[in-house]
Design a protein around this ligand. Sequence first.
Ligand SMILES: [Mg+2]
Length: 345
Amino acid sequence: MSEKRTEIGAIGEFGLIERLNEQIKIRQKGTLKGIGDDAAVLDAGDMVKVVTTDLLLEGVHFDLSYAPLHHLGFKAVAVNISDVAAMNAIPTQITVSIALSNRFSVEAVEAIYAGINAAAEQYNVDVIGGDTTSSRSGLVISVTAIGEVEKGKEVYRSGAKENDIVCVTGDLGAALIGLQVLEREKEVYMANPNMQPELDKYSYVTSRQLKPDARMDIIHELRDLEVVPTSMMDISDGLASELFHICKQSKVGVTIYEDKLPIDKQTFDTAVEFNMDPITCVLNGGEDYELLFTIDQKDFDKLEKHPDIHFIGHITKEDSGKFLVTKSETAVELKAQGWVHFNQK
Ligand SMILES: [Mg+2]
């Protein structure tokens, strides 16, 4: 008897999640949202708790030949805090689980934890538990983050409405370009270990790749300004891919404008140096951990002057489709070419 075998690459990461989700049944009344957003949402009286988890694997998500251990510890926490932020929640606790091979010394593990503790301090969270085990292959770090927000103020991917304004924070594409630089320097170093990598002129893009920052500052500012986005998520897989999630879950369309997309000068220049299209990097580059959100037009005045929030387009009817208006004013259909973790080479 031959069993059916489907390659994971054939359906992709999101396809796999969808398929597994079909088998999951919600049994608890307190589970307000399970799989399908940046974090799960649990009833906690006047508040809701959000819970999110991420797994970082050596050789898939990071390369120890250029990722310093303390940055890695910081990043493992920051990417989870980013998902808490994406729910409009404030992080409170994390758990940290680590699998190590015997090539790690106690000092190396301490370096990872120094990064974890630095992130815990920056984001004001407590490390409340976890697990440590041995690994036969690479290093594995898994962090779970818990956060909270007043009930009704949590923000899902599904709340965008026609005419809402599409906002992104910071600038995009830098983490992808940083990865290109680090990969190139690694190759140069492997070919000639006496060569010192020249990373100074790429410091912004490489730091965006190695030590991303979760935008809790924006969440606190939105609170102060009394703005609750209508939908939100963090940009871990690329802007276009995340816009597709918001459109799908909110049942809307979107139009964004090329000339409004935020890109840093170093990202732009380095993309050109690598013969990459800077706009493609902005649309499809992963791991920037900026926030993508939509606001009701009535809130525009409150955010208009914010130096780090960019208004890149607006939400349309679902049957209007998803478009990018280029600088030459042609509308091209958006393609979601997200970050592919499976079959990545
Ligand atoms: Mg996310």
